[in-house]
Design a protein around this ligand. Sequence first.
Ligand SMILES: Nc1ncnc2c1ncn2[C@@H]1O[C@H](COP(=O)(O)OP(=O)(O)OP(=O)(O)O)[C@@H](O)[C@H]1O
Ligand SMILES: [Mg+2]
Length: 328
Amino acid sequence: MDADERAEMYDEEEFKLTDIRGVGEATARKLREAGYVDILSIAVSSPEELSESAGIPLSTAEKIVQEARKLVRLDAFKKAKDVLKERQEAARLTTGCKALDELLGGGVQTKAITEFFGPFGTGKTQISHQLAVTVQLPKGKGGLEGSAIYIDTEGTFRPERLVAMAEYVGLDPTEALENVYTVRVYTTSHQMLMVHRAEEIARDYNVKLLIIDSLTSLFRAEYVGRGTLAERQQKLGRHIHDLLRFAEKFNAAVVVTNQVHSRPDSFIPGIDTTSPIGGHVVGHAMTYRIGLRKGKQHTRIARIYDAPDLPEREAVFTIDERGVVDVV
Ligand SMILES: Nc1ncnc2c1ncn2[C@@H]1O[C@H](COP(=O)(O)OP(=O)(O)OP(=O)(O)O)[C@@H](O)[C@H]1O
Ligand SMILES: [Mg+2]
């Protein structure tokens, strides 16, 4: 079978790494261990990156990337009408707060990654909890009638909060807890692995929302110092690629949080401590970025940045025992 024929029958779910010409079991294992779990992730990486992170010779890496690109046809264009159709399939998920929904053009979008960033206590974790509840609502009420996966990197997941929020939006709290699958992760590799696991169960569990709170904290902790920055950004890039793929494959919303350090004493070499962690790798890959800050009298202000289809503007909300709510 030649590359063209193989490209025609390309199906992400059927294809294995060993289907790439020149990749045997041993190389496939090295690639998987380095985080390359599918052909697309190889096709979009550079030979240098592949060689370095998987520990294979550059000449081999060049061939592998070339063959992977043939298989996924990265150079193929789509018609605008097909892109429009794909975009029309995207749905909106209510945040449960009118002001925030309006800011987002109707809610958090599926087939996209939405990032909430801001300093501590601005509501990133509260918003994450609330979405894990609202995703379960009927479509007529702004939900997606699905379940949520919550990847907790900071140990701040609180089922009690879900109970309170579920009651407020009129869901049975016991049922609401049934539909949120959570895992506490401790390393960046663990975090990435859990996204792959999420992919395996998403269809069976009707997962419509994947949350990572926070996307960057473990990356920041594991890769300290200038020397490891490139490595960190590469891995983070692969992780984000996996997230986008998840969003598209399952027509699901992916929501991540990102802390911003505003304290001048928290200087980390190579990282601008006043802007969201992850730099361009994170910034450019996110579809929607919402910056949060504290306002007067317990209010929070959300601002949307660089959205491809939304104006840059602000919304005000507040957090109380019911969850993330409008200021009245
Ligand atoms: N049950 C509750 N009732 C009222 N307010 C609450 C409740 N739970 C949390 N909050 C408020 O939510 C805020 C904390 O928000 P959250 O934990 O989402 O911050 P964060 O942005 O995730 O911060 P960090 O960067 O530290 O993770 C606090 O101001 C707290 O007062
Ligand atoms: Mg938090």
